[in-house]
Design a protein around this ligand. Structure first.
Ligand code: HEC
Length: 93
């Protein structure tokens, strides 16, 4: 195989791997494994919960993510916020 073809093929495979890794983020398991370090999912449903709007939810999740030190990509953070909203908060955003 000519060198340029090998380079093109490698670049293509790397691109696919990156896409596969990016698609791997799953909000549910992430919440259970990482976010449960300080609080369970009960804080999202408790009676006097503090978050009471979609922007407040985005802000709180960003703050908590910063505490965690894993620093999610913005897209993953968004998926996490959507997951919390769909399952617990149910704001109309
Ligand atoms: C370093 C500890 C810590 C980690 C890790 C953490 N949180 Fe929190 N989180 C807190 C604290 C403290 C509060 C405020 C609890 C309170 O007011 O009683 C909170 C509250 C929240 C609330 C608001 C609950 C309400 O009252 O409506 C949300 C939403 C939330 N966290 C999401 C997350 C998510 C998502 C993750 C994972 C990315 C996460 N947290 C990880 C400490 C943490």
């Amino acid at each position: 195989m000519p060198a340029f073809a090998r380079i093109a093929l490698t670049t293509c495979l790397l691109g696919l791997t990156a896409a596969a890794l990016a698609a791997e983020f799953e909000a549910g398991p992430y919440l259970e494994q990482n976010c449960s370090r300080c609080h369970g999912t009960d804080v999202y449903t408790r009676e006097n919960r503090r978050v009471n709007s979609f922007p407040a939810l985005q802000a709180q999740v960003a703050r908590c993510d910063a505490n965690l030190g894993t620093k999610l990509f913005p897209e993953d953070l968004e998926l996490l916020v959507d997951h919390l909203n769909t399952n617990y908060y149910k704001f109309d955003n």
